[in-house]
Design a protein. Structure first.
Length: 154
């Protein structure tokens, strides 16, 4: 949804961030425990497909990856792989299956602009607090959504 204009926001600041997030709409970030400093795009794509096939049990024949590459400079920490998918539906399917990675050292997340990433990071303490209170809580884009658990007393 495009940014809404109101008296408190500067549209000149909002639009570039909106455009950046739209360009990242089909992207995922894959974090693994291993990183090859001289990894090519083809090798990155192969590693992504291995995770999708072996860990998430997805049929990779129908998932088209436009590009997969490491992001950042090689160093002490493994660099994440940015995965640009051809179809948004593939991204949603992968995110639904990502729960199968629990307990592994592999993480799959959506790709957001730095501004949205910071907002999401700032919401983490409130998210944890709500969950500790027994509420259903999650972050959708840059908003914290909280609801009470419903119990069936019927």
């Amino acid at each position: 949804m495009p940014p809404k204009r109101n008296n408190n926001t500067n549209i000149d600041e909002e639009v570039p961030d909106y455009i950046e997030n739209q360009s990242r709409r089909n992207n995922l970030i894959l974090r693994r425990d291993k990183d090859d400093r001289k990894e090519t795009w083809e090798q990155s794509e192969t590693k992504v497909k291995e995770v999708l096939r072996n860990k998430l049990r997805l049929n990779t024949d129908n998932i088209e990856i436009e590009r997969a590459h490491r992001n950042g400079k090689p160093g002490d920490r493994p660099r994440p792989i940015v995965v640009k998918l051809l179809r948004y539906k593939d991204k949603q399917n992968i995110l639904r299956q990502a729960k199968m990675l629990k307990g592994t050292q592999i993480f799959i997340n959506e790709d957001f602009s730095d501004k949205i990433r910071q907002k999401r990071k700032d919401l983490q303490p409130a998210l944890r607090a709500a969950r500790e209170r027994g509420q259903v809580a999650y972050i959708r884009f840059d908003k914290l959504v909280i609801s009470d658990r419903r119990t069936d007393d019927n």
